[in-house]
Design a protein around this ligand. Structure first.
Ligand code: 13P
Ligand code: SF4
Length: 306
């Protein structure tokens, strides 16, 4: 029996559901029950009732959020080494220091943070709802981390003042994109449109026709009349884009834009993790209780991302 069949059999036997982020390898996306962006996957994990095991094919902070939002389930991260470097850039000490300097400013954290940091924030956001979350707050000065580019994008959209914590948090994969590469591609494909993730630099956002989360980019790609789309995000998204839009052409804006952490999940590792029920992600109380509040507040904000 091939590996995919074995995973499917095991999944039924163990009452497991497989959630995969849009950046996962094509074969992982294809074996998953659901593929989505970070807010969609968090919501799926939170509302999951039937499964006993949630296999979260993504990186550490996403599996942590699933465990926080649905603590009764066993959450498995197929590859223990799949850690988002941006999430590691913000420490609890840094948040505490920033709060001392700005005691009245609410703290908003991108979900790309560890649970220990989430426990020290007022509300979380993702790239799909950051603008709405910031607009929902009755404050003009806000501490925001860890992604500096997302912070600047939100400032452009809301006019509020965001103090970045840390000063220069970033995604190493999205910083690989450069506008000059886009210009070359635009010359070759003059009728194309450009869509990028808000983790990209200001210069990249400036040359984009659309800026949004991974799943929002999927919706934009479906709706645009353009037949060629230049994509400024991790290359894994192109698998889904191509599957959903057979008549369109998708070109990655930089061919080596790979998140090595997202790619650590392979079929072999997924199978082994499910079989041995290993790399269980469990956030200890009371960190989970505090972080849950921040995540739940995010879900209460009305967002067009639903
Ligand atoms: P999305 O929420 O847009 O899927 O982004 C998650 C992420 O890690 C982007 O690098
Ligand atoms: Fe983290 Fe960037 Fe990878 Fe997203 S693409 S998981 S932000 S390193």
């Amino acid at each position: 029996m091939n590996l995919i069949r074995r995973i499917e059999k095991l999944k039924k036997e163990k009452k497991a559901v497989i959630l995969a982020h849009n950046y996962q390898r094509p074969e992982i996306q294809d074996v998953a029950d659901y593929v989505g962006d970070s807010i969609e996957l968090s919501r799926k994990a939170m509302l999951e009732q039937n499964a006993e095991i949630i296999v979260f094919s993504a990186v550490d902070f996403m599996a942590e959020s699933a465990s926080i939002l649905n603590p009764a389930k066993k959450v498995i991260l197929p590859s223990l080494g799949a850690r988002c470097p941006m999430a590691q850039m913000l420490t609890v000490d840094e948040i505490k220091r920033a709060k001392v300097h700005h005691p009245h400013a609410p703290v908003v954290l991108y979900v790309n943070t560890l649970a220990s940091s989430k426990a020290y924030c007022d509300v979380c956001c993702t790239s799909a709802n950051a603008v709405e979350v910031i607009n929902s707050l009755d404050a003009d000065l806000i501490l925001f981390g860890p992604d500096r580019n997302l912070a600047e994008y939100v400032v452009e959209k809301t006019g509020k003042t965001l103090i970045p914590i840390p000063e220069w948090g970033f995604c190493p994969t999205h910083l690989l994109f450069q506008p000059e590469d886009v210009m070359v591609l635009k010359k070759q494909h003059p009728d194309s449109v450009v869509m990028v993730h808000p983790e990209c630099s200001f210069e990249m956002r400036k040359v984009a026709d659309f800026v949004g989360s991974t799943s929002r980019m999927c919706r934009y790609a479906q709706n645009t009349p353009a037949k060629t789309v230049i994509v400024g995000t991790e290359e894994g998204l192109l698998h889904r884009l191509r599957k959903e839009n057979l008549e369109k052409t998708f070109i990655i804006a930089y061919k080596d834009a790979v998140c090595p952490n997202m790619k650590l999940t392979t079929l072999d590792r997924l199978y082994a993790a499910l079989k041995e029920e290993k790399h269980v992600v469990k956030v200890p109380e009371p960190v989970a209780t505090k972080a849950r509040l921040a995540l739940e507040r995010m879900f209460q904000v009305k967002s067009s991302s639903k």
